[in-house]
Design a protein around this ligand. Structure first.
Ligand SMILES: [Zn+2]
Length: 319
């Protein structure tokens, strides 16, 4: 009986050796291979951003030295965004929180203050923009839509990069180099905009949108901009008189008005109808990326792509 088992055992010895060798190899790889990768992963700083525009900017600067999480998805309106318990948890468990500021994230002000008083590194991107470059509205507040002027967005990017270098000094050379590359890409974007806009005569540069997001765009590139709602989509800011706006469109024979990807289309549809009642025909000239970028499926998923798409749409529809 014993002899029988001993024979079976002897027969299986080569198999056992192979299994043992595989085990040793995997163990070794676990310690020396993936272990290092795991360490690198744990070494990355955790950054949380609010809007999709900021998330994209920070990913360009932070590269693979940080884990960047964006709270707001594509198509989300930052003016009305309420941070849930999960968002607060994510921010509390990060190393750095980056937000736009100038009350863009109108419902989150207290949260940033709390995080800051807890000792968290909280970066306000618009702090990097020179005050004289900001647009002051008739109600005495600054327009928060700073990403619509590429040169102003560059100031914000420089501020974010500098603050990241302070928060994570061991990677500062890497961040600075990424910033330089990104600023170069934004320089190219400005040239693209300038060239494209040459196709649109000055008298046709009237941009009517669902809310007043395009003030910086108008100022930078010579457009008169009219939004149905004010600089915030919050109901308290009110809606302009649709009938007066319809008269303006009809009087100026504006061929197209624009919907926005972060807002419902109801008000802009109502405006088109009101224009029709005045005996003029205007159309919805497509959708612009306003307070949010697009997504991989439908395009406009990066800041550069979204800006190009906006400029292409505006020039095509107003020409
Ligand atoms: Zn807005």
């Amino acid at each position: 009986m014993e002899e029988k088992y001993s024979k079976i055992f002897k027969k299986e010895i080569p198999t056992l050796i192979v299994v043992f060798a595989v085990f040793l190899f995997s163990f070794g790889y676990g310690v020396f291979g993936t272990g290092e990768e795991r360490e690198e992963e744990a070494d990355k700083i955790k950054i949380v951003t609010t809007t999709t525009m900021l998330c994209d900017m920070v990913k360009n600067i932070a590269g693979d030295k940080a884990e960047v999480t964006g709270l707001m998805g594509s198509g989300v309106d930052p003016h009305l965004y309420q941070a849930g318990a999960g968002d607060v948890f994510t921010m509390e468990n990060s190393d750095v929180v980056i937000y736009n500021g100038l009350h863009l994230e109108g419902k989150m002000g207290d949260i940033f203050e709390n995080l800051s008083s807890m000792g968290k590194t909280v970066i306000c991107a618009s702090d990097g923009v020179e005050t004289s470059h900001l647009i002051e509205t008739s109600s005495g507040v600054y327009d928060p839509h700073i990403w619509f002027d590429v040169s102003i967005w560059k100031e914000a990017a420089e501020h974010v990069s500098k603050s990241l270098c302070d928060a994570d000094p061991k990677n500062s050379i890497y961040y600075e180099e990424n910033l330089r590359n990104y600023l170069g890409e934004l320089d190219d974007l400005e040239i693209y905009i300038e060239d494209k806009l040459k196709e649109l005569p000055e008298e046709k540069r009237i941009l009517v949108t669902a809310h007043d997001a395009f003030g910086y765009f108008g100022k930078a590139y010579g457009f008169q901009v009219e939004g149905l709602q004010g600089i915030s989509t919050d109901a308290q800011t009110g809606t302009k008189d649709i009938s007066l706006m319809a008269k303006f469109i009809s009087d100026n024979k504006i061929k197209a008005v624009f919907a926005e990807n972060s807002l419902p289309k109801a008000t802009i549809n109502a405006l088109c109808e009101a224009v029709q009642n005045k005996g003029f025909e205007t159309k919805i000239g497509g959708q612009l990326y306003s307070d949010s970028l697009g997504d991989e499926e439908n395009g406009g998923e990066t800041y550069i792509k979204a800006v190009k798409s906006n400029v292409d749409t505006i020039v095509r529809e107003l020409s």
